[in-house]
Design a protein around this ligand. Structure first.
Ligand SMILES: [Zn+2]
Length: 273
């Protein structure tokens, strides 16, 4: 019995793209997606940002520093990738599999395809779903599973949207029913939600024309994940900066009671003797 490949060949070929294999390429792509017009400080949004470099290499990979407010940050700060120990290439792989129809069906298949633990995949997907859930735009841009998640977050009127019709195909070679989305498209045009996210071709493979860019879905999902920065994280940090944790060791009230002045005089007398 031959082992069934986890992913179809067309999907596996796409995983050869540098952003899924090379950590530096993945980071560069994320930076291009997050800051298309050059780096910007995450705290004061100043464009006066420099790369922290040097021969010692004691800094984190891709560390940036704002020259205005001196905040240090990387592209992953305050995104779904925040403080994750999973390599960015693996994150890219999971995001790609999540939003590509016909790729992995569930977390177990994703675990097999990426080589990560199933539990890790579950945690990563929880982060992805939590981030896309706040999205307020048309959901046609995401894949099946993420799109289904967004649909449940929609306002009441959107839950009654017409479902795509199933009908027999006119093509004699196609033996299954095909979905007819025309009613759904018409309804959505009358009930617009927001601007769709447009891919900019950052994840385009060399020699690929824009019309057959297979990673366009992945790029849109990435744009969505990067745009939806969890503000809580930044607020938490600001609070931390305002009240440093060591403050509790510097309490105004001394913990030990002051010595009895009478004892002190005794001590001084003893010292003299
Ligand atoms: Zn700054």
């Amino acid at each position: 019995m031959t082992k069934q490949p986890v992913l179809p060949g067309s999907v596996r070929r796409l995983l050869d793209h540098p952003v899924f294999q090379d950590e530096a390429a993945a980071r560069k792509a994320l930076e291009q997606l997050r800051w298309p017009e050059g780096y910007r400080c995450i705290q004061c949004s100043s464009p006066n940002v420099e790369k922290v470099g040097g021969e010692k290499r004691s800094h984190r990979e891709g560390l940036l520093r704002c020259k205005t407010c001196r905040r240090q940050f990387t592209v992953t700060v305050a995104t779904v990738f925040h403080r994750s120990k999973v390599p960015l290439t693996k994150w890219m792989q999971v995001i790609f599999l999540e939003d590509t129809p016909g790729a992995a069906q569930n977390s177990w298949q994703m675990a097999q395809a990426t080589g990560l633990a199933h539990k890790t995949i579950e945690k990563m997907r929880a982060r992805i779903y939590a981030a896309v859930g706040k999205y307020e735009g048309p959901n046609n841009i995401f894949g099946r599973r993420v799109g289904g998640y967004i649909r449940r977050q929609r306002p009441e009127s959107y839950q009654n949207a017409p479902k795509p019709l199933l009908r027999e195909s006119s093509d004699p070679d196609v033996h299954h029913q095909v979905r007819d989305f025309s009613r759904w498209y018409g309804w959505r045009k009358r009930n617009p939600l927001g601007k769709p996210i447009m891919a900019r071709g950052v994840l385009k493979a060399p020699g690929e024309t824009s019309s057959e860019n297979a990673l366009v879905r992945t790029e849109r999902l990435l744009l969505q994940l990067l745009a939806n920065s969890p503000v809580k994280l930044l607020e938490k940090r600001r609070q931390k900066m305002a009240a440093p944790s060591h403050g509790r060791w510097l309490s105004k009230q001394p913990k030990t009671k002051p010595r009895n002045p009478a004892d002190q005089t005794k001590d001084s007398k003893r010292g003299k003797n």
